[in-house]
Design a protein around this ligand. Structure first.
Ligand SMILES: Nc1nc2c(c(=O)[nH]1)N[C@H]1C(S)=C(S)[C@@H](COP(=O)(O)OP(=O)(O)OC[C@H]3O[C@@H](n4cnc5c(=O)[nH]c(N)nc54)[C@H](O)[C@@H]3O)O[C@H]1N2
Ligand SMILES: Nc1nc2c(c(=O)[nH]1)N[C@H]1C(S)=C(S)[C@@H](COP(=O)(O)OP(=O)(O)OC[C@H]3O[C@@H](n4cnc5c(=O)[nH]c(N)nc54)[C@H](O)[C@@H]3O)O[C@H]1N2
Ligand code: SF4
Ligand SMILES: [Mo]
Length: 710
């Protein structure tokens, strides 16, 4: 037996681990206490990595269809020949936009796979690049395009006195948002912070694991974050609790925002949010007291109505209170492997990148950082006309379960001329494919922490070699794509540098290309075999240019319009958003400890703990509806219907159902929900309540009715 140091890639937290390897296969995982960032932390999913690599469900060879439609093995060279020929023929007839790529969360867990996939689509000259980003939190990219940003960077968690978290539960998700709330060993870091005096405020309908650690919990009605934020901002402005000097120097639009928010009266905010005004005031005052700290969010507000407005108002909370690094302050993490940038005491004006081409052909939607909106991909496939998508490569994603509107998604996937899925198991999506390509898994490939580079609280980085040989005929995702590109005579540029298309590069060549412009040389990172913290060259915020004209916008026109629309909404009885709606509950999203979206469901240690995604409900609601704990219920959104296992949970308020996504089967699946779970995406309508730029529809705070299953 040998033991190897590496980092886990089951999720994005990339915990340092030690892997015992016996006869060439991983057998046991332990947290690596020597890792300076994650210090020995692991979770149950990470400890199941050996199972993921060796489980009988894993595909070790590639598949295609025989003339009768049954799956049969295919050699990888043949698969690449056939797929590239088919792509070339589709492009010849319909143009490059007819070929699309969807990259899901598993591809994000390798530092060069996702960039390589994107570069591949770029090399093809196709606009049809899609990823899970746009059905996750696209508004974290869009909101700053309307608000602007500050070049000094955000105040860090470790230096903060207060933190207000909207709809995020890192204790389970290991995801703290994009503003520095802990994503790595979050429980310990949050506990340490509250011990040193951090005032933690959590806004979440559910009394989550994080809410239980908070100093103040606001159990908001799902979908009403914008109303609460507007109310709090009124308090900041009316009580003059904001940083007037910062606002005067670096922003515009305070008067407009103040006027717009006049309609956010005490009564209106109370009615929408379900929170007493005294709590709204208290939260605003405690946030303003700071003096340092941030408001940040997870997926909660992004999947609810008006995600851009909520995210914009979160940015406004921070900007009004001047919660950015100023001249002379040290930047906590300037990054290691990613190209360094300058930090200056200067504002950047908004830049509406979403208005650039390419754009979606559907519903007038725009782009998000060069990507087209995944929420509309099924329509792009089903809608005839120039640019219609006819071939799709899915890498590390599971659209059948994750895309909004399962029925439409399935129709779209079945309508494709060519569907190629790279997945280590026969996922629901893979079952619909023409080709299923079996990829290598994390411990079989070298990697770096490039993706999380600027998310760490300190400048931390790690490189790992592959620690086991790939089994069977599996192929690295980039290798498969390179083989297609080679056959199709494409050229590919990674981080602006040409990829060798004659002599195939190695994964390590690609890793070197990715970090070629990093602040810390890759060789230096490699020398720290347990990961290193590279902070001997502190980054200090520089003075701004006195003639700089950049200003952050507190009240851009798009946001003013959204505020107007929100205020114009008629009051609704019950859980709907529109007059005439007859709904009793709002169904909200959540994460479960034992799985990662649709990943891990089949692994023994995880399955022993969880076989389904229950519909968690308040016990009083169950009693009122005559629903027995652990019985089957029917949940109906008007657009779609699912069965689920009801489970009483005191941490879920009345009128709310809390349920995880990416479970269950396709439309023709058996309704054995106790064994496979239920797809909440079937409840989602991608043509209703969508964000007009990213197209993200209601994936949380969905109005539904619930009843005992007949
Ligand atoms: N209703 C509703 N819908 C949602 C959400 C919600 O909260 N509610 N959440 C949204 C969010 S945040 C996201 S990110 C998306 C997730 O959407 P997706 O990314 O589409 O879904 P995943 O289940 O993460 O898909 C991961 C797939 O990758 C495969 N895989 C695992 N390891 C590897 C590997 O090493 N290589 C390759 N090639 N494949 C691998 C897995 O078997 C699995 O099939 O869903 C979104 N959809
Ligand atoms: N164990 C595990 N970890 C995961 C995943 C997983 O499936 N399992 N998925 C990964 C993925 S893809 C992502 S994107 C991240 C997400 O990471 P997080 O954003 O932390 O995801 P959740 O744990 O679902 O937390 C979202 C919270 O939002 C709350 N919420 C729902 N609707 C609303 C609302 O309208 N307003 C407010 N204020 N709150 C609301 C929910 O109650 C929930 O507590 O997690 C990642 N990590
Ligand atoms: S939190 Fe768990 S799954 Fe995520 S990297 Fe750490 S050990 Fe792996
Ligand atoms: Mo996500």
């Amino acid at each position: 037996m040998t033991t190897h140091k590496t980092f886990c890639r089951f999720c994005h937290a990339m915990c340092g681990i030690e892997v015992d390897v016996e006869n060439g296969v991983p057998v046991k995982i332990r947290g690596d206490r020597d890792n300076p960032m994650t210090q020995g932390f692991t979770c149950i999913k990470g400890r199941s990595l050996p199972d993921q690599h060796t489980h009988e469900s894993r595909l070790l060879s590639h598949l295609t269809r025989d003339p009768g439609g049954a799956f049969v093995p295919i050699d990888i060279e043949d698969a690449q020949d056939e797929v590239s020929a088919s792509l070339a023929s589709i492009i010849e007839k319909h143009g490059t936009r007819a070929v699309a790529m969807y990259v899901g969360t598993a591809a994000y867990q390798s530092s060069f796979t996702m960039p390589f996939a994107r570069a591949w689509v770029g090399g093809l000259g196709s606009a049809s690049y899609y990823s899970s980003l746009t059905i996750d939190q696209p508004n974290k990219i869009l909101a700053p395009q309307l608000h602007g940003s500050f070049q000094g960077g955000l105040q860090s968690f470790d230096s903060s006195d207060v933190w207000m978290v909207f709809g995020c539960n890192p204790v389970v998700s290991m995801y703290g948002g994009t503003s520095g709330f802990p994503s790595f060993n979050p429980t310990q870091r949050v506990r340490d912070a509250t011990k040193r005096g951090l005032d933690l405020i959590v806004v979440d309908p559910r009394t989550t694991e994080l809410a239980k650690m908070a100093d103040l919990h606001l159990p908001i009605r799902p979908g009403e974050d914008a109303a609460l934020l507007g109310g709090m901002i009124r308090v900041l402005i009316e009580e003059e609790l904001y940083d007037a000097d910062f606002v005067a120097r670096f922003t515009e639009g305070l008067d407009g925002l103040t006027a717009s928010l006049e309609g956010f009266t005490r009564e209106w905010v109370e009615r929408r949010t379900g929170l007493p005004w005294s709590l709204v005031e208290e939260a605003a005052r405690r946030f303003a007291r700071g003096p340092r700290g941030l408001a940040s969010s997870g997926t909660g507000p992004s999947m609810a109505p008006r995600p851009n407005l909520s995210e914009h108002l979160i940015l406004c909370m921070n900007t009004l209170c001047g919660r950015y690094n100023r001249e002379g302050e040290r930047v906590a993490n300037p990054g290691c492997l990613t190209p360094p940038r300058a930090f200056k005491e200067e504002a950047s004006s908004p830049f509406a990148g979403f208005r650039m081409e390419p754009k979606s052909r559907i519903r007038g939607l725009g782009q998000v950082a060069g990507e087209l909106p995944t929420a509309a991909l099924s329509d792009e496939i089903l809608t005839p006309g120039e640019g219609q998508v006819r071939a799709l490569i899915v890498m590390g994603g599971n659209p059948l379960l994750s895309f909004p509107d399962q029925a439409k998604t399935q129709r779209a996937l079945e309508a494709l001329e060519l569907l190629v899925v790279l997945d280590p198991i026969m996922s629901g999506t893979a079952k619909l494919a023409h080709y299923v390509i079996a990829p290598t898994l994390s411990l079989e490939r070298p990697d770096t922490t490039f993706f999380m580079d600027t998310w760490y609280p300190q400048p931390y980085a790690m490189y790992t070699p592959a620690i086991v040989e790939p089994p069977g005929e599996v192929i690295a995702e980039w290798d498969f794509l390179w083989g297609l590109a080679h056959r199709m005579g494409m050229s590919i540029r990674l981080m602006g540098q040409p990829v060798d298309m004659e002599n195939k590069p190695t994964a390590d060549d690609l890793i070197a290309m990715m970090s070629a412009f990093g602040r810390v040389p890759l060789d230096e990172v490699k020398r720290h075999t347990v990961g290193g913290i590279f902070d001997d060259d502190p980054f200090i915020v520089e003075p701004g240019d006195p003639n700089a004209t950049g200003r952050m916008q507190l009240h851009p026109a798009e946001i003013a319009a959204e505020i107007g629309d929100l205020l114009a909404e008629a009051p609704v009885e019950g859980a709907g958003y529109r007059p005439g709606d007859q709904f009793t509950h709002r169904l909200i999203s959540r994460r479960l400890r034992e799985v990662f979206n649709s990943m891990g469901h089949q692994l023994p240690a995880l399955r022993a703990k969880r076989k389904t995604n229950p519909a968690y409900m308040n016990p009083a609601d169950l009693a009122a509806l005559g629903i027995e704990d652990d019985s089957l219920v029917e949940i109906d959104s008007g657009h779609g219907r699912i069965r689920a296992v009801a489970q009483g949970a005191e941490d879920v308020p009345r009128g709310v159902i809390s349920m995880a996504h990416s479970w269950g089967e396709g439309m023709d699946g058996k309704r054995n929900v106790r064994d496979v779970g239920s797809p909440t995406s079937r409840l989602v309508d991608n043509e209703d309540f969508y964000d007009t730029i990213s197209g993200i529809p209601l994936q949380s705070a969905i109005p539904v009715n619930v009843s005992p299953a007949g």
